[in-house]
Write a protein that binds this ligand. Structure first.
Ligand code: FAD
Length: 404
């Protein structure tokens, strides 16, 4: 999509060419011409005193061909040679939606050298896998991946498109939604479908104080992103599916971005997301040194240390350790919440944990509402005692208080 020129009104004055910040306008002898680099910023429209430029209408009114859109799609994100777990989780959720709607579930794989990923997408629930495999797509860029996904949607018309609310999904999926003129609900925590085929997209709203269910009745596809570890994957290695290698024109993946280097994700972030045991601390820890207590406990039970935003804002823990709405979503087997209140913004990031154990000296702390079991105690009594007990059972009696 790009700005529209009315050649009858264009006086070829060249002012629009000068103001365009991305160089998308060339003034020829007869009229201004807009290239695909146009970002729809509207500066040319505001500047043209002859009213010769306008922006296309985006997402207004109902699409007239809603019924021609069919099927559920999952964007299968992969990085560093591995399919991201969120793709498996979305296929698990997409499977339920597709079965309710009695339509096909497809995974979309974009990149290069992708053969090794196809069978796992099928095992995780896909009835079809659309593959766009080009060397130019080996590294992710917003423009190229958005261009390819836009082209696939244009050709095949899926009714629903799901993607991970990862740094990649958050970056390019809104661009895809804009290109196809539809709505997007980001960071959903729950998905369902109505009898009429409306995707019911539930997510925290108003700073996490209410859960809102959002629908997109007039445009297609219905698009949502979901955080990792919110949905449950399913796996059946005996499943069979259709695989379609799709050829798209090079114009779809042209980009102004050149990837110079790919820096792997920070280890702390990756560890927290994958950890089966997390010991998380909050402002109740009082200072950064006291987090060593949690680190010691985490080491003993083979866990990772997380933190509330309260603790991160105090500068006691690195932001990569933050759990919650503006941090990471985790779902370990055991989440030990120590000296943190359990604000809704924290809870949305850890409520998928199998067992939540809370330690708080305030019996009315909201964390106890979500905890599987809770201990009303001073953490500075309980955690050292717990460490001592574990060590005693393993034949090592020492437990130092931080700073001691
Ligand atoms: P506090 O609220 O100060 O709670 C400390 C707790 O420690 C209390 O319950 C207290 O009883 C207990 N305590 C104190 N001393 C002891 C002791 N000796 N022994 C045992 N217990 C003790 N927060 C997040 O965590 N993650 C997010 O991603 C996030 N995103 C946000 C996004 C927005 C838009 C907003 C507005 C807020 C967000 N917050 C987030 C902040 C959130 O609302 C809370 O302010 C924050 O989680 C509070 O951190 P806390 O529980 O550590 O601190």
């Amino acid at each position: 999509m790009k700005a529209i020129v009315d050649p009858q009104k264009c006086t070829v004055c060249g002012v629009c060419q000068d103001v365009c910040p991305v160089g998308a306008i060339t003034v020829t002898e007869t009229a201004a011409e807009i290239s695909d680099s146009c970002t729809l910023c509207g500066m040319c429209v505001d500047t043209c005193e002859f009213g010769a430029l306008s922006l296309p209408e985006v997402g207004t009114g109902a699409s007239d061909d809603l019924a021609s859109y069919q099927g559920v799609w999952v964007f299968a994100e992969w990085r560093q040679g591995q399919v991201h777990r969120v793709a498996h989780e979305l296929l698990g959720s997409g499977r339920k939606l597709a079965d309710k709607r009695k339509v096909e579930l497809a995974a979309v794989l974009i990149g290069h050298q992708l053969d090794g990923h196809i069978s796992e997408l099928i095992a995780h629930g896909a009835d079809a896998v659309y593959v766009v495999d080009r060397p130019e797509l080996a590294h992710f860029t917003d423009e190229a991946y958005a261009g390819v996904l836009h082209e696939l949607i244009r050709r095949k018309k899926p009714e629903i498109l799901l993607a991970g609310a990862t740094s990649m999904g958050r970056s390019f999926i809104p661009r895809v939604a804009a290109l196809v003129s539809t709505g997007l609900t980001a960071d959903c925590t729950e998905l369902d479908i109505s009898d009429e085929g409306l995707l019911l997209q539930t997510r925290p709203a108003f700073g996490g104080n209410v859960m809102a269910t959002i629908v997109c009745p007039n445009r297609r596809p219905q698009m949502a992103t979901v955080r990792p570890k919110v949905m449950k994957p399913c796996c059946d290695t005996s499943r069979k599916a259709r695989v379609e290698m799709v050829d798209v024109p090079t114009s779809c993946f042209q980009t102004r971005v050149q990837v110079l280097e790919v820096i792997p994700e920070q280890e702390a972030t990756a560890k927290l997301a994958e950890a089966e045991v997390i010991v998380s601390g909050g402002r109740g820890l009082r200072n950064a040194d006291n987090f060593e207590l949690l680190a010691e406990l985490a080491r003993l039970i083979n866990g990772a240390v997380g933190a509330s935003r309260g603790a991160v804002d105090e500068g006691w823990m690195d932001p990569s350790r933050q759990v919650g709405q503006t941090g990471q979503t985790v779902a370990p087997t055991l989440y030990l919440a120590v000296g943190l209140a359990g604000a809704i913004q924290h809870v949305v990031g850890m409520q998928g944990s199998k067992l939540i154990v809370a330690v708080n000296k305030d019996a009315h702390a909201p964390i106890f509402d979500v905890a599987s079991c809770g201990v009303v105690a001073d953490l500075f009594d309980l955690i050292p005692a717990l460490i001592r007990k574990i060590k005693a059972e393993r034949g090592d009696e020492t437990c130092k208080m931080p700073g001691a």
